[in-house]
Design a protein around this ligand. Structure first.
Ligand SMILES: Nc1nc2c(c(=O)[nH]1)N[C@H]1C(S)=C(S)[C@@H](COP(=O)(O)O)O[C@H]1N2
Ligand SMILES: [Mo]
Length: 325
């Protein structure tokens, strides 16, 4: 049995939701803040009760996958983050505004998951996730992963390049952007951060079509050799390793090829702090903190970190530099 201790988030300059609430009325600010605080203190307890005294396992429900290692992405110059730590220190606002949402996320219904791909394409298609994993060869890639909040991890993802799907649906010439939408059901995605009315659910993200076609852009269906834990975005999520983590929407249900730059979740909330492009750029500070360094999550199960320098495009300049030259 895995020993669980809910990791303590260090006090980042962030809480993104409360900071956003400053843009709103004072009343809304107070309401949101109280909601988040209550959620943080009671959710872990509720999780224990619902599992009737047995200790819940953050890796519950995961299955083995068959895949090939991609030798080009076998390793990075940093230690791989601990598996349990990556499964217990998450951002998934649909299930709450704190890092310890993994128990709450277990209510995500991942059975018979479908992904609708459409918009400006010649072959629109609604895929079962199992069809996707059969149609495209699964490979493993270890990537650096950098959150805009200045923490980072290194994890082995399993999935397939976004370009495979892009080619299968055959975009029309006027498709210039792609919009990705996460699962949302207000009866399920009931995290305390959601009680406020101003958040533009569902979670959406977007890429320029050239970015989606880049070698690095990836759909992950697994992590650490097995299917994704729900809290990591099961059953399928985006991984865009040269951009800040929020660009990688979890639990994707819809992919639309569009002509114009789409609206996206964080950019709609605060366009000054969360740019549409949001490449990892150490010399471009977030308005409220520096992006020069990051806290790289440790290789053990407990919360720990090492401060390391942030790299331009998260160390992937060779792959993506020409996109932005
Ligand atoms: N649907 C959805 N996707 C999301 C988020 C979210 O809140 N909801 N958070 C993003 C952010 S800010 C980060 S850093 C990563 C975190 O992924 P992880 O929890 O697997 O480390 O997911 C991204 N994708
Ligand atoms: Mo993030």
């Amino acid at each position: 049995m895995v020993l669980i201790r809910v990791p303590k988030p260090w006090n980042l300059p962030d809480n993104r939701i409360t900071s956003e609430a400053n843009f709103q009325s004072r009343r809304k600010f107070v309401k949101t803040f109280v909601g988040a605080a209550i959620g943080a203190s009671t959710l872990p307890l509720l999780g224990c009760q619902s599992s009737q005294g047995t200790e819940a396992d953050p890796l519950m429900g995961v299955r083995d996958l068959s895949f090939q290692g991609n030798p080009s992405f076998a390793d990075v110059d940093r230690p791989t983050t601990g598996r349990v730590l990556a499964a217990t220190y998450n951002n998934f606002y649909e299930f709450g505004g704190t890092k310890d949402i993994w128990q709450n996320a277990q209510s995500l219904p991942t059975e018979n998951w479908q992904v609708e791909v459409g918009g400006l394409v010649n072959n629109p298609h609604t895929y079962d996730v199992d069809d996707l994993t059969r149609a495209f060869q699964l490979e493993e890639r270890t990537y650096r992963f950098r959150c805009v909040e200045a923490w980072s991890m290194v994890v082995p993802w399993i999935g397939f390049p976004m370009r495979s799907l892009l080619e299968a649906v055959d975009p029309k010439p006027d498709a210039r952007y792609v919009r990705f939408t996460s699962f949302y059901d207000r009866n399920v995605t009931t995290g305390p951060a959601l009680r406020s009315n101003f958040l533009p659910w569902p979670y959406t993200e977007g890429l320029a079509i050239e970015e989606m076609a880049n070698d690095l852009a990836f759909f992950a269906v697994g992590i650490y050799g097995q299917t994704l834990p729900k809290q990591n975005g099961a059953p399928i999520r985006m991984v865009i390793p040269w951009k800040y983590g929020f660009k990688g929407a979890k639990s994707v249900v819809k992919i639309e090829f569009v002509a114009d730059r789409p609206s996206t979740f964080w950019n709609t909330i605060n366009s000054r702090e969360y740019k549409f492009q949001s490449n990892v750029e150490p010399e471009v500070p977030h308005p409220r903190w520096s992006q020069r360094e990051e806290k790289l999550l440790g290789d053990g199960p407990e919360f720990s970190y090492e401060v390391v320098p942030t790299l331009l495009y998260n160390g992937y300049e060779d792959y993506v530099g020409q996109l932005y030259a």
